[in-house]
Ligand binder design. Structure first.
Ligand code: 26M
Length: 795
């Protein structure tokens, strides 16, 4: 089907795959027909990639992740296959609006936030670089919940992306494994044998992941849980209709829904089942492939690099030992060493409440053999350490971070600061025992999605200026450096940003009924809602600014539109309070005729990958204001910098490295450092002190307390104010004055339009290092010991 032009192919699919015709087709039909036509163009290279991998016996990367936040796939495929013009012409020729067709696709939200989006960027970079790789995860029936607001409060509803036909996946009926839970371990012939009690089938679904120019494609293999035996006809015939369907429903529960928490670990049985289910199915698949290709089992590390994305798949350690030792008779020590040779682990957080711990009781009842093996692994590790100071269990719990560390040959952090803090805090003892194990791999983002495709105006300008080599060699953006003093270039740069902002303003008016001035500063904070990310610091500044403007309405104010978006975990009460407060503040400020020329506040519902793609290219200022030491890296920060939005931020996560590269003059730094944060917490009454010292801060808090934003419910935000003026664990008050000052520096810089556009362009020109291609090269060299089979740069 690749021998025909795209238009013909679309029409053929519309007729023969969808059974529709041009006169009756809906937008959905056209979108599916286009997807299938585009899909046809990548299948052959996809198959060629796996043939090439087998032909040279190449080592493969296996990326195990509970989350892949891939977003829409059609536009990505069109861009990477360079079909933009042909698709545009075909659709217009058929009387369709290309943008509407692309946007008809639901966002695949199989992830919570940064961790899941990183996995998606990595998959794209692995394909662009021509590295043989599989992503392994769960095919959730429901991704992250849909968010709406009712009287300012977050309402969650189920997301159902899979109710629409999913054009990008292939069900692999021949790839299914039986997965067991529970039961007991019995001695048989002198060896322990696990007899599981409950069983479900893991069914593979494959989605091709296409790299830049379509030269290479890897596979994202997601597991769906299905009943072992379908429907119980005997029971049905006995009239037990609901009971007959029960086993099926129970089995399917495992892949039913993504856990919507990215904060606190809750120790829920179903979550542990999900983790074991997808990890064990993936390992079974990896071993099957290895054994089909032949070779001694001890050579597994030469053929398979298995990356654990956080501790969610950490049961891979004991499971791989079980497969090698129990099921293939490899001596235990050798099995542990072989597993360790394959495994490596990425840590994404230092927050103690987010570190996974499973109760030994739950582990014993669900995975009895694994619990025994964890004890054996612990004993073997203890024997290596004279001090015996690290244990994988304690207080009746299994510590998954320690388990992942001990079973990995490399452990990595996701920014320089975060890796440094890992060595000094959570893994201090393990780092002393294994000083070469921890390495840093600073995160990155794929420039294909986050610049080329999301920001065609800017990417077009870049390509006209330096050619298109930057797309898969992002550090070529440095070649823009001479243009940073060229007024014609800067004019074009500013015009691209202005046009993106005008588009966003139109969309805000059409979709959300809010009017904004495209010449105002678009100040944007988009990410999960968390106390450590401090959206409340941002809204406090808005309140203080509003009060200042009201006190002096004739002042020379720099117009601002503050845009927020992000979801709160459904059980995270305080985060939901922050959402409501921002919505309430927005309602008051936006309807104030005295100030609304200068200040608008907007909280956009249902933040997702597609909304990020719309907002980031239209942003002027990037809010990255976490309490120092808490944000492991951030990746949104990189997307903004690349798209020419300077950061206002703390020295946290990758902000540090962004500032080093874009230059201190092009970054609005404020706030305490990670060390100062620790010291400040020890100061008694730190919040009260900060409030007493800054009348703007005390004024803003007073405004909240007196009920200005509380509608008819005066004490609505009593809890928020009490938290901030009391414990204030995330030091919002102590950083407020510095944040205010940094915002005023941003105002002054923005008021000088020439200086601002130079600053913005500097951010683009100097952010090339933050490509996920660079990150993946780092993993290849430092962790995986793999090489590309076909470099993305040749041909
Ligand atoms: C854990 C247990 C049960 C249910 C859910 C979880 C869970 C899921 C996701 C916990 C944390 C999750 O994500 C954490 C995360 O997204 N971390 C972010 O990772 C990014 C990529 O490295 C970093 O850039 C961010 O700084 C970091 O917060």
């Amino acid at each position: 089907m690749t021998d025909v032009d795209l238009r013909t192919s679309i029409l053929r699919h519309l007729t023969y795959s969808l059974g529709s015709d041009a006169d009756h087709a809906t937008q959905h039909d056209w979108r599916i027909a286009l997807s299938l036509a585009v899909r046809d163009r990548l299948i052959e290279n996809w198959h060629a990639a796996s043939r090439a991998t087998r032909a040279v016996g190449a080592k493969r990367v296996y990326y195990l992740s509970m989350e892949f936040l891939i977003g829409r796939l059609l536009e990505d495929a069109i861009v990477n296959l360079r079909l933009e013009d042909e698709a545009q012409q075909a659709l217009t020729g058929l009387g369709l609006d290309p943008v509407a067709v692309i946007q008809d696709e639901p966002d695949a939200a199989l992830g919570n936030g940064g961790l899941g989006r990183l996995a998606a960027c990595f998959m794209e970079s692995l394909s662009t670089l021509g590295v043989p790789a599989f992503g392994y995860g769960i095919r959730y029936e429901h991704g992250l919940f849909r968010q709406s607001f009712e009287e300012g409060r977050q309402i969650e509803t189920a997301e159902d992306w899979l109710t629409q036909y999913h054009a990008w996946e292939f069900e692999r009926r021949d790839v299914r494994f039986k997965m067991c839970f529970g039961g007991e371990v019995v001695e048989e012939g002198g060896k322990p044998v696990w007899h599981g009690q409950e069983a479900v089938m893991a069914q593979a679904y494959d989605t091709p992941v296409i790299g830049w120019r379509g030269r290479w494609a890897n596979t994202l293999r997601l597991w769906s849980a299905q009943p072992l035996h379908g429907f119980d006809l005997d029971r049905f015939n006995r009239g037990e209709y609901a009971a007959a369907a029960e086993p099926e429903a129970l089995a399917r529960t495992i892949s039913r829904v993504l856990y919507p928490d990215d904060t606190t670990e809750q120790g829920k049985e179903l979550r542990l089942k999900q983790e074991y289910f997808f990890t064990a199915a993936s390992l079974r698949d990896i071993l099957r492939r290895f054994e089909a290709e032949g070779g001694a089992l001890t050579d597994l590390p030469k053929r398979a690099a298995i990356q654990l994305n956080d501790t969610h798949p950490a049961i891979a350690g004991p499971e791989l030992v079980r497969l090698l030792h129990d099921e293939r008779e490899m001596p235990l020590d050798q099995a542990i060493a072989t597993a360790r040779g394959c495994l490596s682990y990425t840590n994404h957080t230092l927050m103690p409440e987010a570190l996974e711990r499973w109760s030994e009781d739950l582990m014993t009842s669900l995975l009895p053999r694994h619990m025994q093996l964890i004890e054996r692994i612990d004993a073997a590790h203890a024997a290596e350490q004279p001090s015996r100071s690290v244990s994988l269990t304690g207080d009746g719990e299994v510590r998954m971070g320690e388990l992942a560390f001990v079973m990995a040959h490399k452990v990595n952090g996701v920014s320089a600061l975060h890796t440094d803090l890992m060595k000094k805090t959570v893994f201090a003892e393990l780092h002393r025992l294994h000083p070469d194990r921890i390495v840093n791999e600073t995160n990155g983002v794929t420039p294909r999605r986050w610049l080329l495709s999301a920001n065609p105006r800017l990417s077009g300008l870049i390509t006209r200026t330096i050619g298109e080599g930057w797309v898969d060699d992002l550090e070529q953006l440095e070649r823009l450096e001479p243009s940073l003093t060229d007024p014609a270039f800067l004019d074009a740069y500013a015009a691209a940003k202005r046009a993106n902002k005008a588009d966003l303003a139109d969309w805000l008016a059409a979709e959300h009924g809010v009017q904004v001035d495209p010449d105002a500063m678009f100040d944007v904070q988009i990410k999960r809602i968390h106390e450590y990310k401090r959206q409340h610091l941002n809204i406090l500044e808005a309140i203080a600014l509003w009060r200042d403007i009201k006190a002096n309405p004739q002042g020379n104010w720099v117009p601002r539109v503050k845009i927020f978006a992000g979801k709160a975990a459904p059980g995270y009460f305080f985060a939901k309070e922050i959402i409501r407060l921002i919505n309430d503040v927005a309602a008051v400020i936006n309807s104030d005729p005295e100030t609304n020329r200068y200040l608008k506040v907007i909280f956009l519902p249902n933040y997702n990958v597609s909304l990020a793609e719309r907002l980031i290219p239209a942003s002027d200022l990037s809010e990255q204001i976490s309490t120092a030491g808490k944000e492991a890296s951030g990746t949104g920060n990189m997307k903004f910098a690349l798209n020419g939005a300077p950061t206002i931020g703390t020295l946290d996560g990758a902000n540090v490295e962004i500032r080093d590269r874009v230059g201190a003059r092009n970054f609005f730094l404020f706030g305490m450092t990670a060390d100062e944060v620790e010291a400040r917490r020890a100061v008694p009454e730190h919040a009260a002190q900060a409030i007493a010292a800054d009348p703007r801060l005390s004024g803003a808090l007073m405004e909240i307390s007196r009920g200005t934003f509380s509608r008819r419910d005066r004490h609505r935000y009593r809890g928020v104010v009490a938290n901030l003026s009391g414990a204030d664990y995330f030091l919002v008050c102590s950083d407020f004055t510095a944040y205010w000052d940094a915002q005023r520096r941003a105002d002054a810089a923005f008021a000088d339009a020439d200086a601002w556009r130079r600053m913005a362009a500097c951010n683009t020109a100097r952010s090339g290092w933050f490509s996920s291609d660079r990150t993946i090269r780092g993993y290849m060299a430092d962790i995986w010991d793999v090489v590309a089979v076909r470099s993305g740069l040749d041909e």
